[in-house]
Design a protein around this ligand. Structure first.
Ligand SMILES: *Cc1c(COP(=O)(O)O)cnc(C)c1O
Length: 449
């Protein structure tokens, strides 16, 4: 059977109407500028990304000690880059649709999602900073000393709080507890039960809110502000999170070189990043622009009912807007992306750097989740599967084809390398995954998919 996803996408110039109706769209950013032009206007720069990478290296021995699963990879929290071009046909694409590579953050060690890059980085950097300021170690000491008795005792009288739809809570909670902090995770109503159970099991204090992600973050921030011993990981504003994510681009570059993949004007890299609050995709896109400059093109992917980055970028940045303002519901099975209002910090960083935004329906997430398991044995969560929309939507939409034409690519997508960033899935319990898989299989086999 031939897959025919997204064949219904046509560009009739009135994207906002489709957005409001909850239909999938491909939106090209009219404010996209060359990186050279934009770089100097941004609050963060190339050296910040290099610093983050250096910090990760310095933290590596500590991380190996805290998490034995990192011993075989020298304490680096990294994922494989896998060529899945053999899936082109299953995805309903032609052989000349470009190479398809998966950046497998669904199997990132320790936290099983892209949030390991941000959450673990911020928690470790905070612990390091706290210990330095208290004089428990000196600037030249190896941060592995943070596992010493004195530091642990000190951290046990301090808290780390975060608001989350699930995965950031997992990553921050796991790192905070491993270092001996008290951890408080405020969960939105989207949070899956297994994520909450897992946190409870390692002694994290989970507060469940009957409210959306933005409200959970606000409450977490308010509670943390009242307690000077508690540090708040602010998913909506944190530069540390953003930079922790950004370092991924340097590793990606090494992987691309190792695979002998050329990236230049005639062989561009297109990266598709599932987007919630924006920190993870924004940080990685920012890092990728530092590393690949004009030759990388970053697209965010969002659920049709929660396209918060899309509505903000379409609206302009003078005031924050939410998907509710556009009559949308912020309901989706992609819990990692159930965010109604994008981070304004990220929106400002991305305004001129993101090439476009693609929106997806939940049913398609399950179909791709099924295909990724069947063809590659990947275990994805629904949010992570959204990146499969990337090469499909660009190849099949008029605006996508025009985008590559405007790059001067005579052979269309043939020489494009598509990088699909699969953001999470490894920790999903097998019973839940089996349910996702069966649902995807049924949807895939139902007529008219
Ligand atoms: C958090 C998350 C995202 C989106 O990252 P943001 O920083 O919220 O934009 C995407 N996929 C998964 C699986 C996530 O956990």
């Amino acid at each position: 059977m031939k897959a025919r996803y997204m064949d219904h996408i046509v560009d009739h110039g009135n994207i906002l109407d489709d957005v409001k109706k909850g239909k999938p769209v491909v939106w090209m950013n009219p404010d996209l500028k060359s990186f050279e032009e934009v770089e100097a206007t941004l609050p963060l720069s190339g050296p910040d990304v290099l610093d983050a990478d250096r910090n990760w290296s310095r933290l590596a021995p500590l991380l190996s000690q805290l998490f034995p699963e990192l011993a075989h990879c020298e304490g680096r929290i990294e994922s494989d880059l896998v060529d899945v071009s053999s899936m082109l046909e299953a995805l309903g694409l032609r052989a000349d649709a470009g190479a398809i590579l998966v950046k497998s953050d669904h199997s990132l060690p320790v936290a099983g999602s892209i949030k390991a890059r941000g959450g673990i980085y911020e928690v470790c950097m905070h612990a390091w900073d706290l210990a330095l300021r208290k004089g428990l170690l000196s600037a030249t000491d190896d941060p592995i000393l943070l596992t010493g008795e004195k530091c642990r005792a000190f951290f046990s009288s301090h808290g780390i709080a975060v608001g989350s739809t699930g995965n950031l809570g997992l990553s921050v909670g796991i790192a905070a507890r491993a270092l001996g902090f008290n951890a408080i995770v405020h969960m939105s109503s989207d949070a899956k039960k297994w994520k909450i159970d897992r946190l409870n099991n390692i002694g994290v204090d989970v507060v469940q809110h009957d409210a959306d992600y933005g409200a959970a973050v606000d409450r977490a921030r308010n509670v943390a502000e009242l307690d000077p011993q508690t540090y708040f990981v602010d998913d909506e504003r944190s530069e540390l999170l953003f930079l922790g994510y950004s370092a991924a681009a340097l590793h990606l570059k090494r992987q691309i070189l190792d695979k002998g993949i050329v990236v230049d004007a005639l062989h561009p890299l297109f990266i598709y990043l599932p987007c919630g609050i924006g920190g993870a995709p924004g940080g990685i896109a920012f890092g990728a622009k530092q590393v690949f400059g004009e030759h990388v093109h970053c697209f965010f992917v969002e659920p049709v009912q929660a396209p918060c980055a899309l509505v903000q970028l379409m609206h302009g940045l003078d005031e924050p807007v939410s998907v509710y303002d556009f009559g949308l519901k912020n309901t989706t099975e992609a819990d990692g992306m159930a965010v109604a209002q994008v981070s304004m910090f990220v929106a400002r960083m991305m305004r001129n750097l993101v090439s476009g935004v693609i929106t997806v329906q939940d049913d398609d997430l399950y179909r791709w989740l099924y295909l990724a398991k069947k063809h590659q044995n990947f275990q994805l969560e629904p949010s992570a599967a959204s990146c499969f929309a990337g090469p499909i939507c660009l190849n099949k939409s008029e605006c996508g084809r025009k985008y590559v034409q405007d790059l001067g690519l005579d052979h269309g997508f043939e020489n494009v390398s598509h990088v699909l960033w699969t953001t999470g899935g490894d920790l999903v319990p097998s019973e839940s995954f089996e349910g996702f898989y069966m649902r995807g299989k049924e949807l895939f086999q139902s007529p008219g998919n």
